[in-house]
Design a protein around this ligand. Structure first.
Ligand SMILES: O=C(O)CCC(=O)C(=O)O
Ligand SMILES: [Fe+2]
Length: 282
């Protein structure tokens, strides 16, 4: 599954990521890999598992009805195909380049399915992902140089409820009250999070199947209804630099309970919960 052909990530690509807070890669997964990954997500939705690992969230969390996003976290614990993809060296390589670090570790992964509502679903907010900063879920990590890698498993446009990012918003700083992915009113959140004098510029991540969008942990992002006829399927790797440590200054998060007893401020994240997945130098 892992691609060994690493794309070029130029200095200008790195600067774009640093300036805009988001960068979209060329396709990193091919047709065959995408087909396997789509089947893997479907098997997850059927409740099937390759192992008995207990992840942080079970495979049907948030799937309260057919209009909600299907969202599963730490899928790599129980699905080998998805594990290979979310820990693939190419994701680690590109992520490390953009984050300007030597190596990265997985914070956790996600499998996401935004159900198709058809054109009648226009304006339906049930499947919305509210504008949020990922760091607000991760402020127990001692750096905000963290990156989300969102893998499109089909051609994805705005009608499919593509993820949208707010360009340059990672430079606005951290708002601890931005763990609002579960909120549905995008306009209200936009109002709440736009700093005085700043401009809110949304840009949809329009992607071909296999492309990956990389966004900074402080970049505001969210998504609206999928009004197409096809489910919007994606898998996500969330990355931290190798060497990042736990800080007691952040909020409590369910990931913390996976770290076992005796956890102390300053402890470095390591295997097996946070696998190392990429190496740029050395
Ligand atoms: O898939 C979406 O629309 C949002 C996903 C997201 O918030 C993330 O991957 O960090
Ligand atoms: Fe997010």
């Amino acid at each position: 599954m892992a691609s060994t052909d690493f794309p070029e990530v130029s200095q200008s690509d790195v600067e774009k990521y640093q300036r805009r807070g988001v960068w979209i890669s060329p396709p990193l997964f091919n047709k065959e890999q995408i087909a396997k990954l789509r089947e893997a997500v479907q098997s997850l939705q059927r409740g099937e598992k390759d192992s008995d690992g207990w992840g942080w969230s079970g495979p049907v969390s948030h799937a309260k009805d057919a209009k909600h996003m299907f969202q599963a976290v730490n899928v790599w614990w129980v699905n080998n195909t998805i594990r290979e993809a979310v820990t693939s060296p190419v994701i680690g390589y590109v992520g490390a380049k953009l984050m300007q670090v030597d190596a990265v570790r997985l914070i956790h992964d996600q499998a996401l399915v935004k159900p198709p509502l058809g054109t009648n679903g226009e304006g339906d907010t049930t499947g919305n992902f509210g504008w949020h900063q990922d760091f607000s879920y991760w402020d127990w990590i001692d750096t905000d140089n963290l990156c989300t890698c969102w893998v499109a498993l089909q051609d994805t446009d705005l009608s499919m409820g593509a993820m949208q990012t707010v360009i340059g918003s990672h430079l606005w700083g951290y708002n601890p009250a931005s763990s609002t992915a579960g909120e549905k009113d995008l306009a209200a959140l936009r109002e709440r999070f736009t700093p005085e004098g700043a401009e809110w510029v949304e840009e949809a991540c329009i992607m071909k199947a296999g492309q990956v969008s990389f966004h900074h942990s402080l970049t505001y992002h969210g998504s609206a209804a999928n009004i197409s006829q096809e489910p919007r399927v994606s898998i996500v790797s969330h990355l931290m630099p190798d060497g990042a440590a736990y800080t007691s200054k952040g909020k409590w998060n369910r990931m913390l309970s996976l770290m076992g007893p005796g956890l102390k401020h300053g402890d470095k994240f390591g295997d097996p919960i946070f696998p190392k997945i990429g190496q740029v130098n050395g």
